[in-house]
Design a protein around this ligand. Structure first.
Ligand SMILES: C[S@@+](CC[C@H](N)C(=O)[O-])C[C@H]1O[C@@H](n2cnc3c(N)ncnc32)[C@H](O)[C@@H]1O
Length: 290
């Protein structure tokens, strides 16, 4: 039996006017600036995320917002727009098999060779680091596996296009339940603290934080690097890109990894096509050929 009000029209009244042209134009802007492809199924997502910007700016329609974005004196609204449309889901030890591999093949080999197989120098890049759980996971693995890591020339570069998540990442403070996925042996690197407002939180140990540099970097633009990386993590980022953007990025990552170094990608991002110079070595783990 159908309940009477199941047949009533669904109320899709929206707070702001949002036309097909608005969606297409914002999707195009997102693609041009970030490489993120917003499929038709993302209409509601775009509406709800960008609506927050309209409220903040006191605008009443998406058409007005598009005009505002096009103005020269819009105080860098494109940055807020990018922050609004990027998806930042992440967690500590996400896809933990990558960290098992990193521990044995990168951290372990660095620890066991007196100068490290990399000549006492270690460079890791977390590309698309979001709120920081990924680079902090890399850092605690290094800290535990290489007890004197702070005396080595070891650095983790953590970059993202979204300035809000980067600000959060640099604080290194997380809700208490975010450490649920962290294996017990790594918990000493996280200290419980009073996050204010009665909520308990955890902060990442200062020495662990000191291994990481957070920077804003758009993966589509030029990369300001001098040397090569021993490992690059770019996980659950390319999933939002179309195939040409993804292929181009993988090619650039390959050039940026030292021979014998590693590329870790997200679980649903297996590389299609040929990528000269990269060899599949495990589940979503690639090695730069010598
Ligand atoms: C889902 S998060 C992935 C976080 C982490 N790597 C993980 O796997 O848990 C995707 C991140 O990619 C970032 N991103 C998207 N497009 C980007 C671009 N063109 N350049 C740099 N970062 C980008 C987003 O801002 C977002 O924080």
């Amino acid at each position: 039996m159908v309940a009477p009000n199941e047949l009533a029209p669904v109320d899709i009244t929206r707070e702001f006017d949002f036309t097909e042209a608005d969606f297409r134009s914002l999707a195009q802007l997102a693609y041009e600036h970030t490489g993120i492809t917003l499929a038709d199924s993302k209409r509601n997502l775009v509406y709800s995320r960008v609506s927050r910007r309209l409220r903040t700016l006191g605008l009443t329609s998406f058409k007005q917002y598009r005009s505002y974005l096009a103005r020269d004196d819009n105080s860098g609204e494109i940055e807020n727009f990018i922050n609004a449309i990027s998806t930042n889901l992440t967690k500590f030890f996400r896809e933990s098999h990558h960290f098992d591999h990193f521990r044995s093949h990168v951290a372990g080999s660095f620890a066991h060779s007196s100068r490290g197989s990399t000549g006492g120098r270690l460079r890791v890049w977390s590309a698309g680091c979001s709120t920081g759980e990924e680079p902090y996971t890399i850092a605690v693995v290094l800290r535990k596996e290489v007890p004197d890591i702070l005396r080595h020339d070891a650095r983790i570069l953590a970059t993202d296009i979204d300035t809000e998540v980067l600000a959060k990442a640099s604080r290194g403070e997380y809700p208490l339940d975010s450490i649920d996925q962290i294996p017990k042996s790594y918990l000493p690197f996280f200290a419980e603290t009073d996050g204010g407002g009665g909520a308990r939180s955890v902060v990442v140990e200062r020495e662990v934080r000191s291994l990481i540099t957070f920077r804003r970097l758009n993966l589509l633009e030029a990369w300001p690097f001098n040397g090569l990386f021993d490992a690059i993590f770019c996980r659950n980022v390319m999933i939002y890109f179309d195939n040409p953007t993804k292929s181009n990025l993988v090619e650039r990552f390959t050039q940026q990894i030292r021979p014998g170094g590693w590329l870790y990608i997200g679980h649903s991002e297996s590389l299609t096509g040929t990528h000269p110079g990269l060899r599949l070595m495990g589940r979503t783990i690639y090695r730069r050929e010598a």
